[in-house]
Write a protein that binds this ligand. Structure first.
Ligand code: PLP
Length: 407
């Protein structure tokens, strides 16, 4: 049986929304992007949401908005996708990597230790859809000693007066922490709508604005982010196309990071059924894996639900107890021969050439390496029925038995 890892969720409602966009005569940024922004805001309970063309762009734009530049440091987890750190490097700043805890998310004690007078931001990542400890991270950046050593270099930094928290929630739309959806905890939260994520626009991202409301006008921040994501141009293409609207100005050296309506159409139709259909189906798949894998003493189940957290079930990050990296690789080879697709989330950044060449060394991140070396991500999406899930689990069990017997 061939089981792919993360096919996009495409049904007739999505096809219709895309066709309507095509037939509307307007395919780049316009009413559907607006509608998607409003729907994300509604579902997360955040006042302002700005869409852009990827989560990577969103992270870069928000760090730039905060004035992060050469000489600055931004704390990122070693256990994440490369984009988290690349966004920092694109601005000439230095990603300072910290190890993760056993739940895959950044270790807050390590974050505390990594803060220096050069630290401008922290980027927590909700790995596999499991929210980070945001209250702890907020407490850390608000500690009097840490606020005191914060060295603001711009008006915006003076206004916030502390290290900014920028959540990389590429995996965690629909997750919740202390009963509130992700989007409500960090100063900014960035969702990814890449093709493999829980909600997709093929490529795309959303920036949730949650700065302290006493000091920041969210509508104004929204307008700035939209302006800076469209070349700093005072009128977008839609406004220019209407009436005698040809004349515009460029008021800032902005980027080109806007989301097209044709993409927003996919996300809009998906998000309309995310809470009621797609997310519950993902939870069902997660629970089924839990039930089938928990009898095996070698299985270490991923975090899913706790008193205060609920996962968005992005991928099922299974770990195998007592195996080495090469045994894990051998298991994946065996699983692949069955037609079931699995994956690894993630190769810690210090294992990747671009970071290794810049001096990051994997031995400094032992928990990240341990999780990585024993991890196999199992697919999670609504189309996985009981039979397919059983097939995948059987493939994993056979691979474990095969590898442990034959070395
Ligand atoms: C996918 C992903 C991103 C990047 O998302 P894009 O929308 O593709 O830019 C960033 N961080 C993490 C953790 C991701 O998994």
């Amino acid at each position: 049986m061939i089981i792919s890892f993360s096919p996009p969720f495409i049904d007739d409602d999505i096809r219709k929304e895309v066709m309507d966009a095509l037939d509307s005569g307007w395919i780049t940024s316009g009413p559907r992007v607006k509608a998607l922004e409003q729907l994300v805001a509604e579902q997360t309970g955040v006042s302002s949401v700005a869409c852009c063309n990827s989560a990577t762009s969103g992270l870069l734009l928000l760090l730039h908005w905060y004035g992060v530049t050469r000489g600055d440091e931004v704390i990122v987890p070693a256990y994440t996708y490369a984009a988290t750190a690349l966004a920092v490097m694109h601005l000439g700043a230095t990603p300072v990597m910290v190890d993760c805890g056993t739940d895959f998310n950044m270790d807050t004690a390590a974050v505390r230790k990594a803060i220096t007078a050069r630290t401008k931001a922290i980027i927590p990542v909700d790995i596999a859809g499991w929210p980070c400890d945001y209250t702890t991270i907020l407490e850390i950046v608000n500690e009097p000693a840490i606020r005191k050593q914060f060295a603001p270099a711009t008006e915006t930094q003076r206004k916030l007066g502390r290290v900014m928290i920028l959540s990389d929630a590429a995996h965690s739309i629909g997750a919740s922490y202390h009963g509130k959806p992700t989007g409500n905890w960090a100063d900014f939260t960035v969702f990814s709508f890449h093709a493999v994520k829980n909600v997709t626009t093929a490529e795309g991202g959303a920036m949730c604005i949650n700065l302290p409301a006493a000091d920041f006008d969210h509508e104004e921040v929204y307008r700035t982010l939209k302006l800076w994501s469209l070349n700093g141009q005072t009128k977008d293409a839609l406004a220019k196309s209407q009436g005698a609207g040809w004349k515009y100005d460029i008021v800032y050296p902005g980027f080109k990071m806007n989301m097209p309506d044709i993409c927003a159409a996919i996300g809009l139709a998906q998000l309309r059924k995310y809470q009621s259909l797609i997310l519950p189906e993902r939870e069902r798949v997660f629970k089924t894996y839990n039930a089938l894998l928990s009898p095996h003493p070698w299985s270490e189940l991923p975090p899913f639900q706790s008193e205060v957290k609920s996962s968005s079930c992005h991928v099922y990050a299974l770990r195998i107890k007592g195996i080495t990296e090469s045994q894990r690789d051998a298991m994946i080879d065996r699983i692949s021969t069955t037609g079931a697709s699995v994956n690894v989330h993630f190769q810690p950044l210090p294992l990747l050439t671009v970071f290794r060449e810049r001096g990051y060394a994997i031995h400094e991140y032992p928990v990240a390496y341990d999780s990585y070396s024993r991890e196999i991500s199992l697919p999670v999406y609504p189309e996985l029925d009981q039979k397919k899930i059983e097939y995948i689990v059987n493939a994993v069990v056979d691979a474990y038995n095969g590898v442990m017997r034959n070395g």
